[in-house]
Ligand binder design. Sequence first.
Ligand code: SF4
Ligand code: SF4
Length: 356
Amino acid sequence: MKSKVYFIQANTKENPESISGKVKKIFLKSGIFNLIEKDSFVALKIHFGEKGNKGHIKPEWLKDIISLIKQKTNNAFFTDTNTLYRGNRADAISHLKIAEEHGFSLEKTGIPVIIADGLFGRDYQEVEINQKHFSKVKIARAIYDADFLLGLTHITGHILTGFGGTIKNIAMGCSSRTGKLEQHCDVKPEIILHKCNACKLCISVCPEEAISIRGGKAYIAMEKCIGCGECLAVCRQGAVKINWDESSHRVQEKMAEYAIGVLEPKQKFGFINFILKTTKDCDCLAKDQPALVEDIGILASNDPIAIDIASVDLINKKADDDLFKKIYPSINWKVQLEYGAKIGLGNLKYELIEIN
Ligand code: SF4
Ligand code: SF4
């Protein structure tokens, strides 16, 4: 049987009210709104965007669905978890400040922001899943405790997984700091010595102080490295190398298992994907990035696999290419979806229902 994925065309050139109206339309049509119970605690899982990032989902686009949700409950909240890397979202205080800077404040949206894994990312609930990589996973407490999870995802490329959609948002994005570490720990970076100019940028971002300069080149102490990939993202010389085949494959499988740990105890959830300003890297990048493809629109579904594969199919149709393969040739972005389908997270087959 195919999973239903609802789709409405949209473009960032439209005014925010128009986009908000379309999000409302798809939220109602997909039946997600009907699943929210009176007075329930509703977690709206979103990425607030790193400082300087301009691609993240805008709070104005969510105005109408917040009004709808508030007809049923006053217990809805925006949420995200703290990052592994040293940035502006690595603890709850700085994370809340960034959320506010980007318009996600109680005053502006009418609902509060809760950083789901606490001040330093240590607040989690262990969930038993008994899968290939993990028997238990560590889910951010406030997300675990909520009655309903609404995943709000900006579709982008991703440096570790090729493609970042709903699976990434609810797996990596709903896990505690140690949960993120468990998913990343197979990523083992190496320095290509002849390319390194000892600029020390990687040293400034490494969260574990694993990098130093030895003999005029960067050196990684592997016993300290947690595989977060920040050194790779920041190096402008292309001097950090990762064995993508092995690393990305395992990270993606682990993400799918974490997504099971987020969704199985809850049973009540819905997802909305935004293919608006799809960029090469995710919203963790602290800068504005150009769009890779023309704006396409907004999708909604109860199936996290179906909504992601439908999103990529729409992008590839517009780009007339396998876009995420093209931008990250060494990564097979499909692993997260194929493995996710295999372990029962969702369905690769879908029916796309376009609404006007
Ligand atoms: S960022 Fe790149 S070039 Fe600079 S020190 Fe690190 S590895 Fe070398
Ligand atoms: S050396 Fe390891 S821990 Fe440090 S930034 Fe690179 S991947 Fe992350």
